[in-house]
Design a protein around this ligand. Structure first.
Ligand SMILES: [Zn+2]
Length: 275
């Protein structure tokens, strides 16, 4: 079985990259560490980038060595990573580091997937006009109730920064709670709340994992359809998609056309071509 992999990732300008992605012959993971905005507390001295990298690399190792289901693997690694810093950090803090998770595993005849929080997975079967797009939009649904104050302000202004901090802190009350939204943080039970599925191995031509900093080209900026984005990835590679995102962000620095929490965001794309 052959697979061709392309991966591109770029931090938001001037910040550490809190996205993480990694691929082996039969497995791929992508995580987007959820921010602790400047001036906000987290209870963890390691930080969000550490959390995403540590959980992501543990997940990839587990996916290639163990045969449990994807939610079981995720629960186990959330627990294992919590064990790495429960003695030094306050893991009960509502702002403790968290991350979205996309997992994809290939078996002899199937592709198994798991999506938790707002990173995306796109599966192109080649024979339908629109590819299959798997998104967990629970955080966006909760966030819609809180974002009007932030969206009314110019991105990049101190007032917007403060409103973004308030927004993130307001969402914490809904994090990993029934009726709210679920992310990988310290509670292994979040794994049971992930979206999961299996598709026949032969039916998928291309699989794409994206952080929301990359998928915003399609789902927030509406500058391309998913089909157009897949064509761009196929012809010019994932770095071209990220360049388009950056160009759009630069064209709207104050968020007038596309109100958004982060003017620029870490952007990561993994493309797996399965000929
Ligand atoms: Zn820590």
């Amino acid at each position: 079985m052959k697979v061709r992999v392309a991966l591109a990732t770029e931090a938001a300008p001037g910040r550490p990259n809190e996205d993480f992605a990694a691929v082996s012959a039969d497995a791929a993971v992508l995580l987007d560490g959820a921010g602790t905005p400047a001036g906000s507390e987290s209870g963890c001295s390691h930080g969000v980038a550490w959390f995403a990298r540590t959980l992501g690399s543990s997940l990839l190792a587990a996916m290639t060595q163990k045969h449990e289901t994807l939610p079981e693997l995720l629960a186990g690694e959330i627990k294992a990573v919590a064990g790495l810093h429960e003695d030094t950090c306050d893991l009960t803090h509502p702002g403790s580091p968290s991350a979205t998770v996309v997992m994809l595993r290939r078996t002899d005849d199937a592709l198994e997937w798991l999506v938790l929080a707002d990173s995306g997975l796109v599966l192109d079967t080649g024979d339908t006009a629109a590819p299959m797009v798997i998104r967990d939009d629970r955080e966006a649904q909760v966030g819609a109730r809180y974002r009007s104050a932030m969206d009314a302000l110019d991105s990049g202004s101190p007032e917007h920064q403060a409103a973004h901090r308030d927004y993130v802190e307001a969402l914490r009350a809904h994090r990993n709670r029934d009726g709210g939204f679920w992310v990988a943080a310290t509670d292994p039970l979040a794994a049971d709340q992930a979206l999961t599925g299996t598709v026949p191995r032969e039916s998928v031509r291309t699989a794409v994992l994206l952080s929301d900093g990359a998928s915003r080209l399609v789902d927030r900026f509406h500058l391309a359809t998913w089909r157009q984005a897949l064509d761009l990835l196929d012809q010019e590679g994932p770095e071209a998609l990220i360049s388009r995102v950056r160009a759009a962000e630069h064209s709207d620095p104050a968020g007038a056309r596309w109100p958004r929490g982060k003017t620029f965001d870490d952007a990561t794309v993994v493309t797996l071509s399965l000929p």
